[in-house]
Design a protein around this ligand. Structure first.
Ligand SMILES: Cc1cc2nc3c(=O)[nH]c(=O)nc-3n(C[C@H](O)[C@H](O)[C@H](O)COP(=O)(O)OP(=O)(O)OC[C@H]3O[C@@H](n4cnc5c(N)ncnc54)[C@H](O)[C@@H]3O)c2cc1C
Length: 524
């Protein structure tokens, strides 16, 4: 029977980050993963044609690049082959009138675009960016601290000393505001506001959802200040480097090893049993990088004394679903709004706040949205190594979608099951891109579609195709994530800990929860 200090269930990037940090601190660690490849929502595969490498889910690695985990293990990870590629032109939105507006890491270029719409907004953008310079350490300080914790309190205290009570009130309003209220307070032009608000839909924030202002603000300002990065050759560069560092420190990764149950002895977690029947013993900690619903619904034996917690784990709400469309292309889309759009990492097709509110309301009502919001990623515009010479891949995220289909907002599709509907719905999304980039269809060499259901089949953490592993609305965020009273990674079972996107600080490739938990366990 194999025995380790810690057993990590799930080789998502958070589980691997925890494992790398613990192994670096001298712990013996095994990571057990159900799938045949590590990475969870960060994987790169030839999904369409040979030589075309597609990021199956996450593509944008800016959160990883700016993370405390990367800062702590940078040297080892880079020596293990981790390589990032910066995008000069980060993100843009196309609008119904055939124009576009984008954010480039060249501030003058961004300001010229905004200034052409509104001189006042260009000045406001510059002011916001300057203030971001002073506010960012406190915001990222909070996102990088256990919640709640003395460290988080210290961040607030430092902020108070530096920016005073009015500065703190301003930050509190930013954390609580809706995207619309925040953007209306700072900008006058609808296109500027729509360009920023589109980031709310990457999480589950429609324009009028409280708590939704932070992400559009952070993404807009961070892209402006630091640019966007993607992985060289694929997002999986971070995964293969973490696995190499882990193995170099004596850690073990077991693939094709779904955990069937968690072992509890004398009231504490003692290890896991795999579907194969093999048992792995954990002397100090079992770390579950998996969704609380699966963990407490299926893997941890039910117990009367945990019934309240088990009910809350069951009630942990998913965000809406997403669909991924991967295209192998003969050439980049010919964007009607401007040739320069070919150079942007992301082109958002979410042209105004009205449509963002509509798509969200339709999805929440169980309807296939008439016109979903699209994030069109162009990784090969930045990293041509992902496709054969002169060819490209397109990464299209279709947001936001219902997990359970009750109907079609425009009454054209009658299916209620994703397997039957996905091909036709993908065509609806491609029609939208075609409207903005005529001729796209003639460039398609291959296509692979993941419906919300397929995303969950690929990775059970993506319940109903929820890319966030749990809604980020205020009642499930900060010290309430994933379950009030359990935001510091502990569970009611001693020695069993949770990390991952379902836990604070939530979804994204920032490796936040894995690193925070490992530091708590290792004491540094
Ligand atoms: C379509 C999509 C696009 C995204 N785009 C971006 C982006 O561009 N940028 C960004 O920052 N974030 C993005 N995200 C979010 C981000 O990728 C995730 O929040 C993050 O990768 C989650 O990592 P994790 O380690 O918490 O868990 P996961 O990556 O979900 O890993 C969990 C792992 O646990 C394994 N597992 C589950 N059950 C078991 C079991 N019983 N036994 C063993 N193993 C098990 C799974 O197979 C999986 O490998 C995207 C997410 C999706 C789905």
């Amino acid at each position: 029977m194999a025995e380790y200090d810690a057993v990590v269930v799930g080789a998502g990037h958070n589980g691997l980050a925890a494992a790398v940090h613990l192994a670096t601190k001298g712990w013996s660690v095994a990571v057990v993963e159900a799938a045949s490849a590590p990475g969870g929502a960060v994987k790169t595969r030839e999904l369409t044609e040979p030589g075309f490498r597609h990021d199956v889910a996450a593509m944008n690695l800016s959160m990883f690049a700016g993370s405390p985990f990367f800062a702590a293990h940078r040297e080892a990870l880079i020596a293990a082959g981790l390589a990032l590629v910066p995008a000069k032109r980060c993100f843009a939105s196309v609008f119904a009138d055939g124009s576009y507006l984008g954010v480039s890491s060249d501030l003058d270029e961004t300001l010229a675009g905004i200034g052409a719409l509104s001189g006042k907004d260009a000045r406001a953008w510059k002011v916001m960016l300057d203030e971001f310079g002073s506010d960012a350490p406190y915001i990222f300080g909070l996102l990088g601290s256990p919640m709640p914790s003395l460290a988080a309190l210290k961040v607030v205290w430092k902020a108070y000393r530096a920016i005073g009570i009015n500065g703190l009130y301003k930050l509190a309003r930013l954390l609580l505001a809706t995207p619309r209220d925040f953007l209306d307070a700072h900008f006058e032009n609808d296109k500027v506001k729509a360009m920023m608000a589109a980031w709310g839909l990457h999480l589950d924030f429609a324009p009028d959802t409280a708590g939704g202002a932070l992400f559009p603000y952070l993404e807009s300002m961070a892209n402006q200040a630091f640019g966007m990065v993607i992985g060289k050759g694929g997002a999986d560069t971070i995964i293969s480097a973490m696995v190499s560092v882990l193995e170099a420190k004596g850690g073990k990764l077991l693939l094709d090893s779904p955990v069937a149950s968690l072992n509890i002895d004398g009231g504490r977690a003692t290890g896991v049993t795999l579907a194969s029947g093999e048992t792995i013993v954990a002397r100090k900690a079992v770390i579950a990088n998996i969704h609380p619903k699966q963990l407490f619904g299926r893997l941890v034996p039910k117990a009367a004394e945990r019934a309240g917690f088990e009910r809350k784990a069951e009630e942990f709400r998913a965000g809406p679903g997403a669909m991924m469309i991967h295209l192998a292309l003969d050439g980049l889309p010919d964007w009607a709004a401007g040739e320069a759009l070919k150079e942007f990492a992301y082109v958002h097709i979410a042209p105004d706040m009205q449509m963002m509110s509509r798509v969200y309301a339709e999805a929440m009502a169980g309807l296939l949205p008439a016109e979903p919001a699209l994030v069109v990623g162009q990784p090969t515009a930045i990293d041509p190594s992902r496709a054969p010479d002169g060819k490209h891949v397109l990464w299209v995220q279709v947001r936001v979608l219902p997990a359970q289909i009750r109907g079609d907002a425009i009454g054209l599709l009658d299916g209620r099951e994703w397997d039957g509907v996905k091909a036709a719905y993908a065509e609806r999304a491609i029609d939208i891109i075609e409207r903005h980039a005529p001729g796209l269809r003639t460039k398609i060499l291959g296509m692979s579609v993941f419906s919300p259901l397929d995303l969950e089949r690929e990775n059970p953490n993506l319940v109903g195709g929820d890319s966030l592993s749990g809604s980020h609305h205020l009642d499930q965020n900060f010290l309430l994530r994933p379950i009030p009273g359990y935001s510091r990674y502990k569970t009611p079972v001693p020695s069993l800990y949770m990390c991952g996107a379902a836990t604070w600080p939530g979804a994204g490739t920032g490796a936040g929860s894995g690193f925070l938990l490992a530091k708590l366990l290792a004491g540094r």
